[in-house]
Ligand binder design. Sequence first.
Ligand code: DGL
Length: 274
Amino acid sequence: MEAKMDNRAIGVFDSGLGGLTATHELMKLMPDENIIYLGDSHNMPYGERSHEEIVRLSRWDLSFLLERKVKAVFVACGTATSNALDVLKKESPVPVIGVVEPAVKEAVTATRNKKIGLLATRACVQSGAFQRALANASGELEITVQACPKFASMVEEGIIDKNDERVRQAVSEYLPLLKSAGVDTVILGCTHYPMLSDVISEYMGSGVTLISSSAAAARSVKCMLVARGMTAEKGNGGISYNTTGDEEAFAASARLMLKNDISSQLTRIEPLIL
Ligand code: DGL
């Protein structure tokens, strides 16, 4: 039987640039897919917003992508996933995948001592979504949670060098709790954080496994599209970027993150003003 194919794009959104870490993983796994990326940089950081605001912004992000006739929506943002995934799933005519469940599944498989740490934004931590998913996955886990309000904005500004004093200061503020709890697995619950994995890993030590919610979710998106016969034909791959923020700043930070100049594929769009 001939496999079904679907050449429509995959829509991906984040509050800003963090979702690029997930997009990058997805492009490696599925080079033939066409991707439409939306970074709502104007309204970033979502992690410092209320639950109601995050739901409203996430619905707007979803409708932007649906208007472009995407075949699936990848919520490449821990904060949006943890606060709005249920609403988006209910309202979307196409499949919607977030980062919480995939990251939790990989963390539970990775841990040996059953002590898992979670690093995420304030609003993500407050939603309790990761904590609930971990507790549902296994009753034996000891979970240590740390909100890291400075991390995402630092990444957004391109402050990612592990020798940068601001990076080192933030790491020494956020990581001692996880270290003293003896976790052997750390979930990077915000998609901006994989850009800081070197310095986080160096601090936590080589025996600690970092779980990138971006990479875990990208693998999950691939599994879903393959299982549903929704992958694209060979040679279809491409990406376009949209930002509600400053185009030059977005392109400059993206260049640092992706080692690639994306300015010719980038469009500025009007934000939702709250
Ligand atoms: N990248 C987003 C996440 O995964 C958060 C950044 C923000 O606070 O806007 O949670």
